[in-house]
Design a protein around this ligand. Structure first.
Ligand code: NAP
Length: 246
């Protein structure tokens, strides 16, 4: 890299970590990329682009066109398609790739978790496990429960879901982080008897609340981890980028 020219990083974001990383990179030219799923996203500092690239080839073309020096996949652990495209585009262009993923949750004493591989299996396990469900899989995950007629659902998402949705559904529009007290209030007020969540990692208020209330959790496992260098926190990502920029 020529002396005096700021190295350029493309951060694939849509997460708290992606936003924090964009603000932590002094001396870098930062571009953050969002999918455009929410109409009022929390914007990271620096340049922001919105919308898909047109597959792995489109991302590779973008990396070349914008002369990107390093690529960070800071997408949500369940954004598996975007991550696969990042791996393929990095391989095609030779741009170094780092995956920034917060660690998954770990079951502890007092927890009652059932791990399931995907949303479909979580839907199949209801209503045997509980019939008043707190569904925290995000807007796009709600459709997988549309045919579960024997349950009542309290579903939380940033924006309203598109059909199909379960027949008996109450939506709470809200954006995290959420407190343990707030989660307990929701669980008690709506007499929830099972929590459904993706293993997203990060603040765990709903899991602490489920433990305190003694209700089971259907924990949806992450898709397989990509084969790429991976760190769990923003500081480690900054350190990796310092080395990559040399
Ligand atoms: P996905 O299924 O892995 O990706 C589908 C397509 O959306 C990708 O092929 C890509 O289109 C586009 N895309 C995804 N993330 C993008 C980004 N950061 N910048 C530009 N294009 C992007 O993704 P998803 O699960 O729908 O997630 C979409 C976004 O929401 C991600 O930014 C993710 O971090 C965030 N998010 C997801 C979840 C979740 O549970 N999945 C939860 C919280 C936040 P092209 O092929 O056209 O490039």
């Amino acid at each position: 890299m020529p002396a005096g020219v700021a190295p350029r990083v493309l951060i694939l974001g849509g997460t708290t970590e992606g936003r924090l990383l964009a603000g932590a990179l002094d001396g870098w030219s930062v571009i953050s990329s969002l999918a455009g799923r929410t109409s009022r996203p929390l914007l990271p500092p620096g340049e922001v682009r919105v919308g898909g690239f047109g597959g792995a080839d489109g991302l590779a073309a973008y990396l070349r066109e914008r002369r990107v020096d390093a690529l960070v996949d800071a997408t949500h652990p369940f954004a598996a398609t975007m991550t696969a495209h990042a791996v393929a585009a990095a391989a095609a262009t030779g741009v170094p790739l780092l995956v920034l993923r917060r660690p998954g949750w770990v079951e502890g004493p007092g927890d009652d978790w059932r791990r399931v591989p995907d949303l479909g299996e979580a839907a199949a396990r209801l209503p045997r496990l509980g019939d008043r469900v707190f569904l925290t899989t995000g807007r796009q995950g709600i459709a997988a429960f549309a045919a579960v007629d024997d349950c009542w659902f309290l579903a939380r998402s940033v924006e309203p879901p598109a059909p199909p949705v379960p027949k008996r559904l109450r939506i709470v529009l809200d954006r995290g982080p959420f407190t343990v007290e707030g989660e307990l209030r929701l669980i008690r007020e709506h007499e929830v008897n099972v929590l459904v969540t993706k293993d997203s990692g990060g603040p765990a208020g709903k899991l602490v609340a489920a433990r305190a209330q003694g209700i089971p959790v259907l924990m949806i496992d992450r898709p397989p981890a990509p084969e790429a260098p991976t760190v769990g926190g923003v500081d480690q990502a900054v350190a990796w980028l310092k080395v990559a920029a040399r």
